[in-house]
Design a protein around this ligand. Structure first.
Ligand SMILES: [Cu+2]
Length: 449
């Protein structure tokens, strides 16, 4: 067995022990407010609710934008969303009351080039039990555009995506009332705004021994990269699968989710069979989504090549920090907007409602795990397993020269963003995500599966 893999077992064995405790112990240390503070937050939220949202307080801010003016001479990219409240699975065979954009969590990613116009239309079907709204952080416009959209109606706005980067969009609730519930129940997504002149090449600095001396060994990788999107959030649930606001105020996470699911990117029964010859013998200590019968919810792995530029679009959709780290790797570069924020860093913190772009070259074949290096988050779902190269010799056995398992097994549909300025296309994509069955069928068709 690969050395890195066995190390992983010991790390995750500790994880599971701790996971049995996380419901009671970690939340105590995470609780920042006293009962008193929580109750005053509760009452403010209640007051906003009773007022019918913030619109009543500042009606003058709610002027609509004129799309024709905004669109002059620019490329227009449409993002058409519909709101849907529906029960979706959580690990352990249960479901929860999810709220979605277009029947999927996260909502569809819109990808544009800096200077393009995003034309967003949100439709709230007549049978939806509540109004919704959409606040897109890639925009710079009056918050009035994000006001409530009533069931049976649609709302459109347009904006110029002037700043490159990864940006959240999220339901703004009923003019802010219940916004926390809607976002933490699944109504979020991202806009990726590619820089006008494309991404920068990636310079990776190592060392080598040359003539008996240790010298710097720099290697430049093209801006073109394999790409992944990972969005972090929390679920705060009561025993019936409903949203529990009192848990949110106390930061008492029920599950940490990555692209909507806890431990959604870990091995499944098929991987067990490939590695151990037996689908029932787990190769990773947490495999809550093992079987084929789980369809689009069956866990999948991320496959990358070694010695290749990989770009991650990361967004923190939740209200706890994400300390983004890859077990076994150093992050070569972190970018926000047009600014390089870090190079050669072990971990980079992304605050609530913040995005960043991470560039990484995986050095050697093996198993790596992207985590939120907050132990409470790791043990409640924020562990994403990636396999670089061919550490198990499977490609050799199967007579292929592929540089990773992406060609053979494919990468998960919800982790691969739409292609942009400098994307290297995936050789194969498989269906995976917190989609309704209806939405899964549509995505299958889109992908030609
Ligand atoms: Cu909503």
């Amino acid at each position: 067995m690969n050395k890195r893999y066995s190390m992983l077992f010991s790390v995750t064995a500790v994880a599971v022990l701790a996971a049995t405790l996380f419901g009671s112990t970690y939340t105590q240390s995470q609780t920042v407010g006293s009962t008193l503070a929580a109750s005053s937050h509760d009452s403010m939220s209640k007051t906003i609710h009773e007022m019918g949202g913030l619109k009543l307080v500042m009606p003058q801010a709610f002027a609509a934008v004129d799309c024709d003016n905004v669109e002059q001479g620019r490329n227009v990219v449409s993002l058409d969303l519909y709101a849907k409240s529906v029960d979706l699975p959580v690990m352990g065979g249960k479901t929860y009351h999810a709220q979605t954009f277009s029947g999927q969590i996260p909502g569809p990613t819109v990808r544009v080039t800096q200077g393009d116009v995003v034309k967003m239309t949100l439709t709230v079907p007549a049978d939806e039990p509540t109004p919704h709204g959409n606040d897109m952080h890639a925009s710079q416009m009056s918050a009035g555009n994000f006001g409530k959209v009533l069931p049976g109606t649609s709302h459109t706005y347009c904006y110029v995506a002037d700043v490159p980067g990864t940006f959240k969009y999220h339901c703004s609730g009923i003019d802010v009332a219940a916004m926390d519930q809607h976002v933490l129940s699944g109504m979020y997504g991202i806009a990726i705004v590619d820089p006008l002149n494309g991404y920068k090449p990636l310079l990776v600095e190592k060392t080598k021994v040359d003539g008996g001396k240790i010298v710097k060994d720099r290697k430049s990788y093209s801006a073109d990269a394999r790409e992944f999107q990972l969005q972090y959030n929390q679920l705060y649930l009561d025993d019936e699968g409903g949203y529990d606001q009192s848990k949110m105020f106390k930061h008492e996470t029920t599950y940490t989710v990555v692209n909507g699911m806890s431990f959604g990117y870990v091995p499944n029964a098929n991987h067990n069979k490939l590695i151990k010859g037996d689908p029932a013998k787990n190769i990773f200590v947490v495999q809550p989504w093992n079987g084929d019968e789980l369809k689009q919810y069956q866990s999948q792995l991320l496959f990358v090549e070694t010695d290749q530029h990989v770009r991650f679009f990361i967004e923190n959709q939740g209200n706890m920090p994400v300390f983004w780290h890859i077990v076994g790797e150093i992050i070569d570069r972190v970018t926000q907007g047009n600014v390089v924020q870090a190079k050669g860093t072990e971990t980079y913190e992304i605050g609530g409602s913040q995005g960043a772009i991470f560039d990484v070259v995986f050095d050697e074949p093996g198993v790596y795990v992207a985590v939120n290096h907050d132990y409470a988050a790791i043990f409640s779902g924020a562990a994403t397993v990636m396999v670089a190269g061919d550490p198990f010799g499977l490609n050799k056995q199967l007579g292929t020269n592929a540089a990773s398992y992406a060609d053979l097994l494919g990468n998960p549909s919800d982790a691969v963003p739409p292609t942009g300025k400098n994307s290297i296309a995936e050789p194969k994509i498989n269906l995976h995500g917190l989609y309704t069955d209806e939405r899964a069928d549509e995505i299958k068709k889109e992908l030609g599966l």
